[in-house]
Design a protein. Structure first.
Length: 463
């Protein structure tokens, strides 16, 4: 499908595109444990509950739309990643997926490190008490202010992304009388997405320095010469929503090839490699992601094998999962406003949010699941499209879903797996007020990011 034309119109008018599931699930009230967070169930009244609290009560107290985040699930996922990688590797939670001060505290308490990619994320992390040495700063165009803030704070690593930045970080560190630990981000000619990866000969993208063509090797040469830098290792990130480790295998092979070249050329063995994030989650029952221990085992094996073959000491490994930690932990709760049947086609169910709280469907053609949350229903399945309230036809939350045919205004719908890249990519389009994030645990709910108010909107508009 062409990405060059704006697809907001006819693209969405087609009936189920090829490959989409066309059969309704056996039980519309069932909640697939792969897709929903750990403590989500449907109670005896048929109402979806999370952390022991009913969706109906949560909607009453916090309004809709709102994101409800299952704290127990979040912490359990942190522990699963930390335990899978053990003490010989580092897990950095990628804050871009979703960051707030509560999240930073949980990450810290669960003994993970944190990857930030902007001054704002760094500020949030430091403000919530994340030790600076456990923070990594990313970005392809970090400003002098961002680098200065990071070096002054004493961040554990900066992942440098260009020749200019190598010089910039070194200069700032020297001026501050420091030696900054850095990794060099390289592009390995692998692009991975879901079940496939593509190995490409050259890279045509803004991140990193290419391995092919020698830019990465030149970056290493420069970094090794600068007093302000301590070169820790090499960083690679190959894509998003990846289910398979074969792309990482190619990446590790190529990164280790660079480590060998560095040893041969400079006589140094760099102590670290970071293989980035991108591990997939289940948005629908069709998705079957790997568990953290399977990923950890596979990555360790790959890196060890490649290093042995190259005669190198196995470096310390780090990974940066964002989506795989926070994605499955939250659902968005909406209220149905209108239901419009298009005979022979489908039924449009409009909810009180949309592309301002979840841009992923419109932006990436992402697929989501949806369930009636405020009650169970024995009605027949109907083919539905859950849409928002914004002024464009591409404002789709769930493109194809089966909902009970008696779904009606006032019902609550829950869309699972919205913990990653939904609130963090939310906008004020049509002057929507961005929804709150409410953490739920053991029968208690607490707002961790409050809902925007009309005063917030007007305060930015200085008239
Ligand atoms: N590390 C680096 C260097 C990254 O660029 C990213 C994501 C991650 C880690 C975390 O990736 P994760 O494990 O969360 O997939 N907005 C898109 C995803 C963009 C990801 C950008 N980089 C989405 O909604 O799917």
């Amino acid at each position: 499908m062409s990405r060059s034309a704006h697809p907001a119109g006819p693209r969405y008018a087609d009936v189920l595109p090829e490959g989409h599931y066309t059969a309704p699930p056996a039980d519309l009230n069932a909640l697939d444990a792969h897709v929903w967070s750990r403590t989500v169930t449907r109670d005896a009244d048929g109402v979806i509950t999370v952390g022991g609290l009913k969706a109906t009560a949560l909607a009453e107290e916090f309004g809709t739309p709102a994101y409800f985040l299952d704290e127990e699930d979040f912490r359990a996922r942190c522990r699963a990643w930390r335990d899978a990688f053990g003490t010989e590797a580092d897990v950095f939670y990628a804050g871009k997926a979703f960051l707030s001060r509560a999240i930073v505290r949980w990450i810290h308490e669960e003994d993970l490190n944190l990857d930030v990619c902007s001054s704002g994320e760094l500020l949030t992390a430091l403000d919530a008490g994340m030790p600076a040495e456990r923070i990594a700063l990313h970005g392809n165009n970090k400003s002098t202010e961002e680098i200065t803030r990071a070096v002054e704070a004493g961040v554990g690593r900066i992942v440098v992304d260009s020749f200019q930045e190598i010089a910039r970080v070194a200069h700032i560190a020297e001026r501050l009388g420091k030696r900054q630990r850095v990794l060099i981000r390289v592009t390995v000619g692998v692009e991975a997405h879901t079940h496939e990866f593509i190995a490409t000969a050259h890279e045509d993208q803004k991140f990193g320095l290419a391995l092919g063509g020698g830019q990465a090797a030149e970056a290493v040469r420069r970094a090794l010469k600068l007093d302000g830098l301590e070169l820790l290792g090499i960083h690679s990130h190959i894509g998003s929503q990846i289910f398979d480790t074969s792309g990482f295998e190619v990446a590790a092979h190529r990164v280790v090839g660079l480590l060998r070249q560095i040893r041969d050329e400079h006589g140094v063995e760099l102590p670290e490699i970071d293989l980035g994030g991108g591990l997939g989650i289940a948005y629908t029952s069709e998705d079957d992601p790997r568990e953290p221990y399977e990923i950890a085992t596979a990555l360790r094996e790959i890196v060890t094998r490649e290093c042995r073959a190259a005669g190198l000491t196995v470096p310390r490994l780090s990974v940066e999962p964002g989506r795989a930690i926070v994605g499955p932990t939250a659902f968005t709760l909406y209220e149905v406003g209108t239901v419009k049947e298009l005979p022979g086609l489908r039924t449009y169910v409009s909810v009180d949010g949309g592309m301002s709280d979840n841009i992923r469907t419109a932006l990436y053609d992402a697929e989501y699941s949806v369930a009636l949350a405020s009650r169970a229903s024995t009605a027949e399945p109907m083919l539905a499209r859950v849409v928002g309230k914004h002024c464009e036809s591409g404002d789709i939350v769930v493109r194809d879903a089966f909902l009970p045919a008696d779904t009606a205004p006032g019902d609550l719908l829950a869309v699972p797996a919205t913990g990653a890249y939904c609130r963090s990519m939310a906008s004020n389009y049509n002057h929507a007020l961005r929804p709150p994030v409410v953490a739920v645990k053991d029968g208690t709910a607490r707002v961790i990011v409050r809902r925007e108010t009309e005063e917030d909107l007007l305060r930015l508009d200085v008239g």
